[in-house]
Design a protein around this ligand. Structure first.
Ligand SMILES: Cc1cc2nc3c(=O)[nH]c(=O)nc-3n(C[C@H](O)[C@H](O)[C@H](O)COP(=O)(O)OP(=O)(O)OC[C@H]3O[C@@H](n4cnc5c(N)ncnc54)[C@H](O)[C@@H]3O)c2cc1C
Length: 828
């Protein structure tokens, strides 16, 4: 009986925790359990009474507000205040920037699936759709990446189209002459442009992201808005934003660039202004901009503004031709065509009116930047990187069917299939996350943690997708030239990885570091209460927090023991996805618990334990990516043919979540907690998740090489030229011709196998000779021969690789270039 009671204890506690039982229920159940133990174990009456008294006493302390505060909360409060790391204003601004959206539910341990279901799936307005179909399509048509590369800039015609058609003012409201587009439309434009060339994509992306227009819209004075926004909208003004310095890249808040408040002459009059010295690098569009945002630290040593001496980071708008500004030189970021370069100035005097928002916003620059970053990071880089993924899925899928080796289409080899599978499923997943997140911005959210999740994961997966694509197309991807459709994307991938929060830092420091504080229902409240020295507020947050932790432990345990089969899921989700919702609920509870244990046991040290923090961030991110994928599947009408993409992406997420949990537990500094976490909470019955099956992978890969509605949905908005002299145009036509020719190919093979057709020796070095002989022998008809001939012509266009004069014709152009011609070498 005693054993039975002991065995019943964990499920009993689990059930109470699972049901978020009130303290009163814990009290009653506990008293009854102790009484039963006393009776079954034949305890002396006194011992039983003592145990009842201790348990009842402890719980009544919790039930009595003033006793609890005095005896329990007060010492914890004291210790918490002491342990709370000091936080600079810039850290505080970064932490508090933006809003908490769906990721808050994933952090809660019990996501409300009805909420996810209720978010509208973004759609373009008629005007936005027309812009995408006409102006964007035309810009793609005008841009030839190779030509841009050769002249290291976009042709004037392309620049003019960008300016005239309002590409630089997509986020500027109509009242200032801008397009006033939604975040989703902005994202769609960048995605489509990125399927063509990074040159127009980045040129358009930057003015519509974190920069002068966005900062002016949110913080500019009415005069500044009137002065700049119409010009920015019409393309008369080209903006850049200069934050990064040689000494402060990732740690941008520590920029040494400084301004000192002083008097000076401006437009012939003495005015109060700032003398600013700055040295900025990597600034996109700087060489061609007409105005740039400048971030620097402002000091007022003489108290001319009447406040602090160290005013803080300040953002100003500076015309490119302002006296003392040194601008116009250029960096060469991985052969990029778009403009990027340094901006420098020494003791440049500028009036206080240059400060965005006027003198009142002096010192508010970091907060402004963090708030805008929270939204902007959700759009540009996810858009451009999904564009590159879609391009890869479309082109590499086609190439894998058109290209033969060992008399087989390379896409039929299992090894290649594996790469194609990752390309397809990652593209589906990343596009889901990009779309759902842009939709959040259109709902008015500025989800700082989600924006970091999509920035990090979409750029990382784009790297995987493009790398896989490069592997599949072999030498064709490596040799650059007008016929290479992927090499330039491969070159540009590291840019997205590095900018707007370099990826290693984002994963190690931001995803969980910021997520834990922003998304946790009680941690921020506890920290706030401790900083304000408000013990009452701390007491409330603390005990809610304890209840939350106990509840998540119980729920994770019960769901782990039952395989989460009994988790309630809304009835309206697709039946084949029900289990995913259940498993994600389980993961969410286990994650919330492990996050609490990590924060509770490691405290401030967790900031330095970047590997643990990164893995915890992976779990949160993967849950977000999986839910975005589920949302897309529903929003697109549960397309049965798309299901393999969804299933593979989610299985992969589940498996990776399991790996991330395992990584946290295996490296958890406290081994007792590690043991309990593994055995009781996270994996009580072992590790249940496996990699997606090869069969499923085969289905995904087939979707990439078969022309179908699914393939079109997956790669929607890839720019597809009609011209078969362009590599993507050739691929499109070649894929269709290949599919048409396959039955004829089968006929020829059958004839050869049965011995009815013996082509004889092929001595002419012509790979297509066999077809002529088959036609002449009557194995295939004349019409069939024509189909095959066209397929062969297109295939040859697809597989061709550019070659150039050995000196790229540069020897004549570049004076003094040594002649290393083979003839000269032989002569030497
Ligand atoms: C092509 C390009 C365009 C750009 N455009 C602009 C622009 O328009 N305006 C602008 O202001 N800036 C721009 N940048 C700057 C960009 O934002 C910075 O490059 C970026 O912030 C990283 O700084 P860094 O290159 O100096 O790398 P570093 O800060 O030196 O970082 C090096 C590595 O260390 C890692 N790291 C740093 N700190 C940590 C940490 N605490 N934990 C873990 N890892 C860490 C980083 O993740 C990175 O991998 C651009 C950069 C490039 C390359």
């Amino acid at each position: 009986m005693v054993w039975l009671l002991l065995v019943c204890l964990p499920p009993l506690a689990g059930a109470l925790a699972y049901g978020r039982a009130p303290l009163f229920a814990w009290l009653t159940a506990g008293l009854m359990w102790i009484a039963a133990m006393g009776w079954a174990g034949d305890w002396p009456v006194l011992l039983t009474l003592l145990a009842l008294l201790v348990y009842g006493g402890a719980l009544s302390v919790f039930l009595n507000d003033s006793l609890r505060r005095q005896r329990v909360t007060a010492p914890i409060f004291k210790a918490f205040r002491k342990a709370l790391p000091t936080m600079s204003q810039t850290e505080k601004d970064a932490l508090e920037a933006g809003t908490v959206w769906w990721e808050g539910d994933l952090f809660s341990g019990n996501p409300d699936w009805r909420k996810l279901d209720g978010y509208p799936w973004p759609k373009l307005s008629e005007e936005e759709q027309s812009f995408l179909d006409n102006e964007v399509e035309e810009l793609c048509r005008l841009t030839r990446d190779w030509e841009c590369t050769q002249q290291q800039d976009m042709p004037l015609e392309v620049w003019q189209h960008i300016k005239d058609k309002g590409f630089l003012g997509m986020i500027i409201p109509k009242e200032y002459g801008g397009k006033g587009f939604s975040a989703y439309a902005h994202s769609q434009v960048i995605t489509k442009l990125s399927t063509r060339s990074s040159a127009p994509a980045v040129t358009v992306m930057v003015p519509n992201s974190l920069g002068p227009a966005e900062l002016l819209l949110h913080y500019g004075t009415p005069e500044q808005k009137e002065h700049y926004l119409p010009g920015l909208a019409s393309g008369r003004e080209i903006p850049a934003f200069a934050l990064t310095s040689p000494w402060a890249g990732s740690d941008a808040a520590s920029i040494p660039d400084a301004g000192v408040v002083c008097k000076g002459i401006w437009q012939g009059e003495e005015v109060l202004g700032m003398r600013v010295s700055f040295d900025k690098r990597y600034i996109t569009l700087a060489p061609v901009c007409t105005v740039f945002g400048l971030a620097f630290r402002l000091y007022d040593p003489d108290g001319l503004l009447g406040g602090e001496q160290d005013i803080g980071i300040t953002c100003a708008l500076v015309p490119h031709d302002h006296p003392g500004v040194d601008i116009g030189r250029r960096h060469f970021p991985l052969n990029a065509v778009w403009m990027n370069g340094p901006v420098r100035g020494k003791d440049v005097f500028m009036p206080l009116d240059f400060i965005i928002g006027g003198p009142a916003m002096a010192g508010q620059g970091w907060r402004m930047l963090m708030e805008c970053l929270a939204a902007g990071r959700s759009i540009s880089l996810p858009g451009s990187n999904v564009g590159m993924q879609k391009l890869t899925a479309r082109t590499v899928g086609a190439y894998a069917r058109v290209r033969y080796q060992f008399k087989t289409q390379i896409g039929r080899f299992e090894g290649v299939e594996e790469a194609l599978t990752r390309i397809g499923a990652n593209t589906y997943l990343c596009d889901s996350a990009r779309t759902m997140t842009a939709g959040a911005i259109d709902l008015g959210e500025k989800p700082s943690v989600v924006s970091a999740i999509v920035k990090y994961h979409v750029t990382e997966r784009a790297r995987q997708v493009v790398n896989d694509g490069m592997d599949v197309i072999g030498g064709k991807g490596i040799c650059l030239g007008p016929q290479n459709f992927l090499g330039r994307a491969y070159q540009q991938i590291p840019v997205g990885i590095t900018v707007e929060g370099a990826n290693i830092l984002t994963r190690s420091l931001i995803l969980f570091g910021q997520g834990a504080i922003r998304c946790h229902p009680f941690v921020l409240a506890e920290m706030d209460a401790a900083r304000r020295n408000d013990e009452d507020a701390f007491d409330e947050a603390l005990w809610n927090h304890v209840g939350f932790t106990v509840n998540n432990a119980g729920r994770a345990f019960v769901m782990g023991m039952t395989g989460s089969h009994f988790v309630k899921v809304p009835a309206n989700v697709a039946p084949q996805t029900r289990r995913y919702y259940q498993q994600l609920t389980r993961f969410s509870a286990a994650f919330a618990f492990i996050a609490d244990i990590s924060m509770g046991t490691l405290g401030g040290a967790l900031k330095r334990k970047e590997k643990l923090s990164a893995r915890l961030g992976d779990i949160l991110s993967l849950m977000y990516l999986a839910t975005a994928t589920l949302k897309r599947f529903e929003a697109e009408g549960r397309q049965p043919a798309d299901a393999p993409l969804m299933h593979w992406a989610i299985w992969d997420c589940m498996y990776r979540i399991q790996v991330a949990f395992e990584g946290v537990i295996a490296n958890f500094p406290n081994k007792l907690f590690a043991f309990l976490l593994r055995r009781l909470i996270v994996f009580p019955l072992g590790r249940p998740y496996k990699v997606p099956s090869d069969r499923l992978g085969h289905e995904v890969a087939s979707l990439l090489i078969d022309p179908s509605a699914t393939r079109d949905r997956l790669t929607a908005d890839v720019h597809l030229p009609d011209d078969i002299e362009e590599p993507v145009g050739a691929l499109e036509a070649a894929l269709l011709a290949t599919v048409e020719a396959e039955p004829i190919e089968a006929k020829l093979k059958q004839a050869q196998r049965s011995g009815s057709f013996q082509p004889g020796l092929m001595t002419g070095g012509d790979v297509d000779e066999v077809w002529r002989r088959a036609r002449d022998a009557g194995v295939i008809t004349g019409a069939e021969y024509q189909l095959v001939e066209r397929r062969n012509m297109l295939r040859d266009k697809v597989i061709r690789v550019d070659d150039f004069p050995y000196d790229f014709d540069l020897r004549e152009a570049v004076a003094g270039m040594p002649d290393v011609s083979p003839a000269r070498r032989e002569a030497a």
